[in-house]
Design a protein around this ligand. Structure first.
Ligand code: AMP
Ligand code: ZN
Length: 107
């Protein structure tokens, strides 16, 4: 999607540093961190939310991306959050998984 901020980030349009990247996903720091470490794992392909994701292989790759990102950052303990839908607190409508670690304030 051309007007989607996370599509643009995943495409490298803002030169955002990626803490982890594969052919299918990128991981980068949340701009408004709610914990000492707050990372977003984002598929390169656009899906509005988890509801629209119809690819179970990619779903597994995203969770694997969470694991690998946490491992790379040396996180021993972390929380993983997916907000789906406006009433659940989703603000950016490009599927993403939060990784939060240390002094978690909640998302
Ligand atoms: P959610 O409420 O689950 O949709 O989470 C959206 C998250 O994206 C929030 O934690 C925001 O701080 C974060 N966010 C929004 N815009 C950016 C951006 N340009 N770069 C990094 N994180 C962002
Ligand atoms: Zn997008």
């Amino acid at each position: 999607m051309t007007d989607c901020i996370f599509c643009k980030i995943a495409n490298g349009e803002f030169n955002t540093p990626f803490v982890y990247e594969t052919d299918d996903l990128v991981a980068f720091k949340d701009i408004n961190p709610k914990a000492d470490t707050h990372i977003l794992v984002v598929p390169k392909k656009h899906f509005d939310s988890l509801k629209e994701l119809d690819d179970e292989v990619l779903l597994g790759k995203l969770l694997s991306g969470v694991k690998q990102t946490a491992k790379k950052l040396g996180l021993d303990s972390y929380k993983t959050v997916i907000n789906t839908g406006k009433e659940a607190g989703q603000e950016v409508f490009h599927l993403h998984i939060h990784i939060l670690s240390g002094n978690i304030k909640g998302v």
